[in-house]
Design a protein around this ligand. Structure first.
Ligand SMILES: C[S@@+](CC[C@H](N)C(=O)[O-])C[C@H]1O[C@@H](n2cnc3c(N)ncnc32)[C@H](O)[C@@H]1O
Length: 184
């Protein structure tokens, strides 16, 4: 094969990947942009305060946060739900490479998933999705113990802690201990 043909194939593949990512973004309402390193560190400090609860990354993107959490807490179950195919497949590949048996990844809309009992939710979403998460929590169908949010607050709830980190966006990070808590 000539060099030009190879180049054309690579560009076509990259364009296809880009198209899939754009479709995923339009479908979910947010791109798979990962949290910043400082945001991860802040969220992990908060996750340290959530006992042995299962950790659920709502919209796990490329898997950066879910993979970090599964490595940090080998004795805890970590779940990641993601609708966008390319980031999801990448995260599954990384999970296999890193042999993280305590991490479960699903290509699924997290609003249709059964979250584990007494979960700690981790969210880096957008205001509309945070409102929907708050609505689900109100319905009492789930038992969520804690919610940790990057950037966008959980409407109708008072955070127990909040901090502004020194990343590019000066992101606020929120920690909620929900009133219905049954374990810690
Ligand atoms: C900004 S990224 C956050 C990635 C990762 N949680 C992090 O903090 O690095 C948000 C991800 O949520 C996904 N997402 C948004 N709504 C979703 C839904 N209802 N179900 C599953 N994934 C969703 C998007 O596709 C996107 O990849």
């Amino acid at each position: 094969m000539t060099m030009t043909l190879w180049m054309t194939l690579v560009i076509a593949l990259l364009l296809l990947i880009l198209v899939f990512i754009v479709i995923g973004t339009l479908h979910s309402g947010i791109s798979p942009m990962p949290s910043s390193k400082k945001a991860y560190q802040a969220m992990e400090t908060m996750a340290d305060q959530t006992g042995n609860t299962p950790l659920v990354d709502l919209g796990s993107g490329w898997g950066n946060l879910a993979l970090r959490l599964a490595k940090r807490y080998p004795d805890r179950q970590v779940y990641g739900y993601e609708v966008s195919w390319i980031p999801f497949l990448f995260s599954v590949m990384m999970k296999k490479l890193l042999k993280l048996d305590n991490l479960t990844l699903a290509r699924q809309d997290f609003f249709t998933a059964d979250w584990p009992d007494n979960a700690t939710l981790l969210c880096y979403l957008f205001p509309g999705a945070m409102q929907r998460v708050a609505d689900v929590l109100k319905q009492d169908k789930t038992s969520v113990d804690y919610v940790i949010c990057n950037n966008f607050a959980l409407p109708g709830h008072q955070p127990e802690q909040s901090m502004q980190i020194q990343d590019f966006y000066r992101s606020p990070i929120y920690f909620y201990r929900l009133a219905s808590i049954t374990s810690s």
